[in-house]
Design a protein around this ligand. Structure first.
Ligand code: HAM
Length: 472
């Protein structure tokens, strides 16, 4: 049963009356999918696979290995360091043994726990990626759901900014592979430690740094009236209000920000310039820019943080991450620097659709379509099964000929013209036509659907001929 377990908000299923609710045994039962979840029909699944395949391919290309963990974890794992916002959105429940558990809202605590458990035996650096389903009881809205898929990329055991830049590079590479360009996205970066130094050396008292972070996170999203209320809620002094207003206006006037930054400690501005130079050396200068408003809501970040946003500013964040150098130690492991990011599938898919970057047909095309114009389906079924099955070598140690994607019609029609249309509709390059006259002579008609040529061949020769034709 889902219970509060000390977290502020919990999952409550609410179904509206609809044709999917029924009165059964005096009770109203509902068959609707829960709010904020998705059904993946074949065409949706094809889009999901397109995105996930790119995430997986790009991660592997950059030397990351795939991992996964449980869908639910001990509630404490998130209470410790994820931050108030995420904890307030947990789907938390108590099991029969009175253990407090929660569906994972993110993967980073699981990853930190996994590394902490086996740190001594893991080769360094640890470069892992994962593609888990995550659950957050957010108010469903454009780009934010209650169940989503999140690609995580994490680089553990390297404290240098090389690891930070490598994470940005993987992230950018995947977005480009999806069809986006440098003009479609921006990456805003910041550094929590440097920012703290800048704030405390200018207008923020050391005990007010977390309030300042809270405000900075909201400055660009709020209008003037909302900002005024925010300053009041955070008990800001008139001096603080004035400074925050300067930062808020810097979005439209970078000179204002530059003037303020000129009063920062030289070490801080030098560190920012050095990182900017390194980003440029990695070919990332065009996409990345230093952005004070990027502070990230999660409590475990310790230094460099970044967020990927739609350059047109229309959508919620596409991805976000940063350094969490203390988390593994906190979960009982050795002191290990770590950096990583998460990217959800929801905003990415919206962006790809809005920019018209999804390939037109994502359904996997068939290789061969078998048309049966005989009374009986036995020969056709045997042929389909034979072509679909992979062939192995004599000692069964390797596949010598992979099985083909073979489709056939389940309709009762023997109208060859209509069936050829069905073959073209599923993208097949070859059609095999079993007709009474040819089959009585042990032959079959083979039609090349790309160049429309036709040939009559022996049924026994079909596998060799078809595999020969489909060779890239
Ligand atoms: P996050 O900023 O909470 O960071 O989430 C990262 C990304 O996950 C977001 O930019 C968004 O694309 C997606 N996302 C988050 N919540 C939702 C939602 N309710 N619906 C759809 N998509 C969502 C983290 O989760 C960190 N653990 C990332 C990280 C990995 N940091 C280091 N390693």
């Amino acid at each position: 049963m889902f219970t509060a377990c000390g977290v502020r908000r919990v999952f409550r299923t609410s179904f509206k009356n609809s044709r999917f609710s029924r009165k059964l045994f005096g009770m109203t039962v509902n068959f609707q999918a829960p709010k904020g979840t998705r059904d993946f029909y074949p065409s949706d699944m094809a889009v999901r696979r397109f995105i996930e395949d790119i995430w997986r391919k790009v991660s592997i290309r950059h030397g990351f290995q795939e991992v996964d963990g449980p869908t639910f974890e001990s509630l404490d794992l998130y209470r410790v360091k994820s931050g108030d916002e995420i904890v307030s959105q947990l789907f938390a429940f108590t099991d029969r043994g009175e253990r407090e558990l929660a569906l994972r809202p993110e993967f980073t605590p699981t990853l930190a726990r996994m590394v902490a458990q086996k740190a001594a035996g893991l080769p360094r650096p640890i470069k892992w990626f994962s593609i888990p389903r995550c659950y957050r009881a957010e108010q469903p809205q454009k780009g934010r759901l209650r169940e989503f898929i999140q690609w995580n990329v994490d680089f553990i055991g390297d404290a240098s900014d090389r690891a930070d830049r490598e994470c940005i590079a993987v992230c950018v590479d995947a977005l480009m592979e999806c069809g986006l360009t440098a003009a479609d996205i921006h990456i805003g970066w910041n550094h929590r430690e440097l920012l703290t130094q800048a704030l405390t050396s200018t207008f923020v008292a050391p005990d007010r740094v977390s309030n300042a972070y809270y405000i900075l996170d909201r400055l660009q999203k709020y209008d003037f009236a909302a900002r005024k209320a925010l300053y009041q809620e955070q008990h800001c002094t008139p001096g603080e209000c004035e400074h925050f207003e300067t930062i808020a206006s810097a979005g439209t006037s970078p000179e204002v920000l530059t003037t303020w930054m000129n009063s920062w400690p030289v070490a801080v501005t030098d560190a920012i310039k050095t990182f900017e130079k390194r980003l440029a050396d990695s070919g990332l200068a065009e996409i990345c820019r230093f952005d004070l408003s990027v502070v990230r809501g999660l409590a475990y970040y310790t230094g460099f943080v970044f967020e990927v946003v739609d350059a047109q500013g229309q959508n919620r964040a596409i991805a976000g991450g940063g350094r969490y150098d203390k988390l593994i130690e906190m979960f009982g492991g050795p002191a290990m620097p770590a950096v990583g990011f998460g990217m959800g599938d929801v905003v990415l898919e919206i962006l790809l659709r809005e920019r018209n970057r999804l390939p037109a047909n994502l359904m996997p095309p068939a290789d061969v379509f078998v048309i049966n114009a005989l009374e009986d389906a036995t020969i056709s079924d045997q042929l389909v099964a034979r072509l679909r099955r992979s062939q192995w070598n004599a000692d069964h140690s390797a596949i010598t000929r992979p099985g083909l994607n073979v489709q056939t019609s389940y309709r009762s029609t023997r109208n060859i013209g209509k069936l050829l249309q069905e073959a073209s509709g599923c993208g097949a390059r070859v059609a095999l036509i079993l007709a009474p006259e040819e089959v009585s002579r042990g032959m079959i008609k083979l039609k090349n659907l790309t160049d429309r040529t036709e040939a009559e061949i022996a049924i026994a020769d079909v596998p060799d001929r078809v595999h020969g034709m489909l060779k890239p």
